[in-house]
Write a protein that binds this ligand. Sequence first.
Ligand SMILES: Cc1ncc(COP(=O)(O)O)c(C=O)c1O
Length: 378
Amino acid sequence: MRKEFVLPRRMRGLQPTLIRQFFERALPDSINFGLGEPDLPTPQFLRDEAARISRDEQNGYTSHPGIPALRDKIAEQYPHLDLPRTGVVVTCGSQEAMTDAFMCVVDEGDEVLLPNPSFPAYDACTRIAQGVPVYYRMPADGDFKFDISNFRSQITEKTKAAVVISPSNPTGKIMTPDDLKQIAAALEGTGIWLISDEIYSDLYFGDRPHSASSYYDKTIIVSGLSKSLSMTGWRLGWAASKDAEIMNAIQVLHGFTTVCTSTITQKASLLGWSDEAEAAKAHAREVYKKRGEFLVDLFKTEMGLHATSPEGAFYTMLDVRSLGDDIEIAEKCLQNRVVTVPGVAFGDEAMGFLRISFCNTEEKMAEGVRRMKEALIN
Ligand SMILES: Cc1ncc(COP(=O)(O)O)c(C=O)c1O
């Protein structure tokens, strides 16, 4: 007898994010304030190195967790952890590291604490792992800063893991060392895992953000080179933790899902911490800082709207509560050829805001604000 196919429970209800849904519907010649993808060129020395590697070298599989020298370089990024090579698994972008971490930590029915608002992939990864997302608020009225009392109030017997992201997508805010210490104090002795998304850790506009792993041992770091070196399509990320059991599980899962990330990418990424690479990261920080200031100022002077002042990454949250519903407003912008993302895509705390990414030249951003003003205010 033929059985009706039913999607497995882990996949039911999963949809592409609103970020993608808006982006896919962009009209021709739109200004993109939507996607979080660096527009700065990938540094030339990395392109040249990848070209040389593909031309001159044989590029078979690497060992599943990555080229040893690359794992060592990544381990060195966290001197406070004194990680062995086995403490690092190189993955296909930080997205794979994140999915692996959720799958290796979360069991059916486990609760996972997620920031509200935050990157929608955490909710999806929790559901794929058959866990239950539970949200702690980063209050919009407190400029989306961390609030320990809210975080603590969401911890239950069923909490298996919590996620922190700093600098944040979507808010551009950075968690202070004090915030991270308070989280560590709340989690100490509970056995709860902390998944720390540090993909934007090299893009900061004031003090360098601290890693949650400095304060809490049961931390799994997910990070990569996509954002800081404009390498989104190269797929270089990693998971790192002091905990041998979890790293072993991540390595096994990674082997079965992707085998290894591109060998060409891994070899070229050995230059990801060279003097040239550090100069490129510093340049990116300078450019995004200036653009963020320019854009926030433009929203104020041109539209009389408040946008949060970015501390890192390349996002600001534009407060459009005075104009109405964020989905409708994002739709109006879309029709006037500006892609934005309604705040609600990241959680109800960001309702009434738009996430604006500033991966654009000042000239394009000025044109984007002009079009937004035309669509929303005139
Ligand atoms: C917060 C956050 N984490 C992870 C990722 C995944 O990046 P990648 O897989 O390119 O490292 C993104 C990409 O937009 C992101 O914004």
